[in-house]
Design a protein around this ligand. Structure first.
Ligand code: LLP
Length: 490
């Protein structure tokens, strides 16, 4: 026996997924500012319909709204500046380039008054090509090579964020040998648990990043963090700017950030007093969450800024210290929602599935099954690895037209040779979605292009930026020739 498809929620859908009242409507927090349906029913960005983008640039395609990127960058800078004005004269905002980086983006970041956070020699190469002043660039990484450290010194970076004692000594020695000082921050793990996926939570003890603040982690009975502070203060090649932490990613509640800020301020004050040093800067990292699905409720930058400022203000007052200059490193919250991925639909199939937790006929159940439709698109885990890596949920909408058809629970999958190659695990799409339709998946600006691969020899998609009603490639898509170029022959 099978159950008729209806407009009611499918028992196969997760609890959080409601049947949309209007399948053709856009849920605002997931989409960039200039994305709308035009009069013909097509999704359009900056007035350009998606069919035009497909004709000009092909699919899959990352479609980015430049004005939206700039607005989100400015919102972080302005809100944090305003909230911290009386505390430390404003905040330095470092855009986390690992989320998405190319030279055009570095230009936008600079023009909006932000700085740039990098985490490898390759990201430094992009920064150098874009011509941003080294003073406005930071370098991260838990395993920087001597080459990367020398490059950082060559570029006169504003800060190198040191991750371990051995790296501290290495960077100090390299700088000293060059007759220079390296400007250094120490990355600490404050032990704050961020409520996010294990692989993107970074401030707990048992992981590879940072210096532990837990007492007794060294032979001398000090914390690794204190040992590094003392070593930095004593090393002639090091100028110790201050402390850094990053508690994780895709975090909605401000309390984790505020708690980390408080812990680091207490530690900073104690270290300044004990070691008679001054640490004028404190970086509180990135990690601010965005909406991937209709149930995600990100906080406006101003709200997070206020919550963090309140804790910094009161902690500094209690400790009787002048607040260090605060900096932050948002990536996803600036670029994530600026972009959607445009895909073309190919193969469709519907399977019938037992509802979760029910018995099938051979186990003595009644064998009621429900439909799940698989909608295959022309990309997949090579342009969005996040569902596979982090069980990340996304949403999708029929982009090339509107449809009056009933909602059908669908799973958007890629074209790779893996059954786990899922783009959107659960979404209601119109039941008349057919081959040749275009789908748009919002929220793909961060950690999608950046994590993309050539699995199955798929060419990585290009990135198009739309501004003032015109679209231009800021990263061109790969060609088959690109794919074959590095093959050295038989
Ligand atoms: N600062 C540091 C030191 C970081 O390690 C990161 C991210 C950021 C800032 C920026 O975090 P955001 O504001 O973008 O959350 N691939 C994962 C995320 C990895 C984050 C790595 N570090 C994902 O796709 O969710």
């Amino acid at each position: 026996m099978s159950v008729q498809d209806t407009n009611t929620a499918s028992p196969l859908a997760p609890e959080w997924l409601a049947v949309p009242a209007d399948l053709n409507a856009l849920t605002p927090p997931m989409w960039a500012g200039s994305v709308q349906r035009n009069d013909a029913g097509s999704l359009a960005v900056g007035g350009i319909p998606v069919q035009e983008l497909k004709e000009q640039f092909g699919t899959p395609l990352f479609v980015m709204d430049e004005a939206d990127f700039r607005a989100r960058a400015r919102a972080f800078k302005d809100s944090f500046d305003a909230a911290f004005a009386d505390i430390c004269g404003g905040v330095d905002v470092y855009y986390a380039g690992k989320s998405f980086l190319c030279t055009a983006v570095v230009k936008w970041v600079e023009e909006e008054g932000l700085r740039l956070d990098t985490s490898s020699g390759g990201e430094l190469a992009v920064a150098a090509r874009a011509g941003i002043a080294g003073e406005r660039v930071a370098l991260h990484g838990n395993n920087k090579s001597d080459g990367e450290l020398n490059r950082a010194l060559d570029m006169r970076l504003g800060r190198i964020v040191v991750d371990s004692l051995s790296e501290l000594v290495r960077v100090g020695d390299i700088a000293q040998a060059r007759g220079e000082h390296a400007k250094v921050m120490l990355r600490l793990t404050p032990g704050v648990h961020a409520h996010t996926h294990e692989f993107i939570a970074t401030a707990h003890e048992d992981q590879k990043f940072g210096l532990s603040m837990a007492a007794d982690t060294t032979d001398q009975g000090l914390s690794a963090a204190e040992e590094a502070v003392a070593a930095a203060a004593a090393h002639p090649g090091i100028e110790l700017l201050g402390l850094h932490c990053h508690i994780g990613s895709q975090i909605f509640e401000p309390d984790g950030f505020a708690l980390a800020a408080e812990k680091l301020l207490r530690f900073l004050a104690a270290m300044q007093e004990k070691h008679l040093i001054s640490m004028p800067e404190l970086d509180l990292g990135g990690g601010y969450g965005i909406a991937y699905t209709p149930v995600d409720t990100p906080r406006p930058a101003a709200e997070i800024a206020e919550a963090m400022a309140a804790v910094v203000r009161s902690t500094c007052a209690e400790l009787g210290i002048k607040s260090p200059r605060i900096s932050i490193e948002p990536g996803r919250a600036i670029v994530g929602s600026t972009t959607f991925t445009l895909y073309e639909v190919g193969t469709l199939k519907t399977v019938r599935v037992d509802a979760p937790g029910t018995l099938n006929a051979s186990d003595g159940g009644n064998n009621v099954t429900y439909p799940r439709r698989y909608v295959s698109v022309d990309g997949g885990m090579s342009d969005n690895a996040r569902p596979v890596l982090y069980d990340a949920d996304y949403s999708a909408i029929l982009a090339s037209r509107t449809s009056p058809a009933a909602p059908q629970l669908s799973r958007v999958v890629g074209k790779h040779c893996e059954s786990g190659d899922i783009v959107v695990r659960d979404v209601y799409l119109p039941e008349d979605v057919a081959a040749g339709d275009l789908l748009a998946v919002p929220g793909t600006g961060a950690y999608c292009w950046a994590l993309s691969s050539n699995y199955n020899y798929l060419a990585r998609p290009g990135v198009v930026a739309v501004r003032d009603g015109s679209a231009r490639l800021i990263v061109r898509g790969e060609t088959e020739e690109d794919l074959l170029n590095r093959d050295m022959g038989a």
